[in-house]
Design a protein around this ligand. Structure first.
Ligand SMILES: Nc1ncnc2c1ncn2[C@@H]1O[C@H](COP(=O)(O)OP(=O)(O)OP(=O)(O)O)[C@@H](O)[C@H]1O
Ligand SMILES: [Mg+2]
Length: 345
């Protein structure tokens, strides 16, 4: 018998009780030779079955309703005493199974989200401590050497102070980058949208990074001649995007290589900007994590270059608040192309 429905449990119980009563009555009849007739035994047994069926059904339903109410209290996080009575029907158990499965799925999702956040916090703090440790230790070293006599030594005092200062600069850049990301992440962050000539901005950024590019003999160029192209965006933030991308293309470029910027109008409303280099590139597996804070493809290689892995996180955030897209294509040993969209003014 299928005992999954409460009515079946009550029925099983009352049939058993009926059987028990019948056996007892038959025994009494046989042992004490009382005048119990077969029809009376049958009548009493049947009455027992019917009455106990009614009582059992009532009790089982009440018991289940109470229990289900407690379960719903847990699921909905409400006080059990304040919840309405559960009206038990044949569908109640099926609905409870469905609701609790749904509840379990939501809880599971929340737990994995919290776990992810906890792991992220741990990693973030670890990365931050690591990034701060190097410059702080070097500043500490130079200051101690100066205090222990270096200060009076004309040959090293200025040099050590300058080195300590470069450590301070590094920390200050790092904090500025983190502050930028934190600002961009707040909902209240306001973009200062203005109309400006993007072609001119690229030229300005090329000029700003010319010395850095010359150090590695890298050519910065447009892929062709462009007429002025006016866009509507936060000029300072977009400058930051371009500086980060072009600066990366130089840092991870090859000596004597080149960086090229192209602009294409599409849909008459937008431009697609591409910053391409023929540098070291990267393997596919790095691309999904590239825009995470502190993520660097080759930790040892970048140590010499001095980046902390925040540049692309800022680029991603800036374009996100502009509601624009950003994609990257890259092949190890061949080069990389970072593309993003902007709104035409
Ligand atoms: N054009 C590129 N070619 C090859 N690898 C790149 C390029 N741009 C970025 N990367 C890889 O992506 C990583 C993350 O770049 P990101 O700009 O976020 O950090 P960074 O340059 O190391 O430091 P920061 O920009 O904060 O000074 C880099 O460390 C580098 O490994
Ligand atoms: Mg960078």
């Amino acid at each position: 018998m299928n005992l999954s429905k409460p009515i079946y449990i009550a029925l099983a119980g009352s049939l058993l009780l009926g059987l028990l009563v019948t056996i007892i009555l038959v025994l009494i009849k046989n042992l004490s030779a009382t005048g119990l007739s077969g029809s009376i035994i049958l009548l009493v047994s049947l009455t027992t079955v019917v009455l106990s069926l009614l009582i059992f059904t009532f009790l089982v339903r009440r018991y289940l309703s109470e229990k289900i109410k407690v379960i719903y209290g847990i699921i909905t996080n409400e006080q059990v005493s304040e919840m309405p009575e559960v009206n038990f029907t044949n569908d109640t158990l099926a609905k409870l199974t469905e609701d609790s499965t749904e509840y379990a799925a939501v809880q599971q999702k929340q737990i994995s989200e919290l776990k992810k956040q906890a792991a992220f916090r741990k990693e973030f703090l670890g990365n931050l401590a690591h990034e701060l440790k190097t410059p702080v230790f070097s500043i500490q070293g130079y200051v101690l050497t100066l205090l222990e006599g270096g200060l009076e030594d004309e040959r090293v005092n200025r040099d050590f102070l300058e080195r300590a200062l470069s450590g301070v600069d590094r920390i200050s850049n790092l904090l500025e980058d983190l502050d930028d990301i934190a600002k961009l992440e707040t909902d209240r962050f306001k973009l200062n949208l203005v109309k400006f000539n993007f072609v001119q901005l690229v030229k300005d950024v090329f000029q700003e990074l010319e010395t850095k590019a010359n150090h590695r003999n890298i050519k910065l160029k447009f892929d062709k001649h462009y007429e002025p192209t006016f866009i509507l965006a936060d000029a300072n933030r977009i400058t930051q995007v371009l500086v980060n991308l072009v600066s990366n293309s130089i840092s991870y470029g090859i000596d004597g290589g080149e960086t090229s910027v192209s602009i294409n109008v599409y849909d008459k409303k937008k431009i697609l900007v591409e910053v391409s280099d023929n540098g070291v590139g990267m393997a596919k597996e790095h691309i999904p994590r590239l825009f995470e804070r502190f993520y660097r493809v080759d930790k040892s290689r970048e140590r010499n270059i001095g980046g902390s892995g925040l540049g692309l996180a800022i680029v991603k955030h800036v374009l996100e608040v502009h509601k624009q897209t950003l994609t990257v294509r890259s092949t190890e040993g061949i080069g990389s192309t970072f593309s993003f969209t902007l709104d035409l003014a």
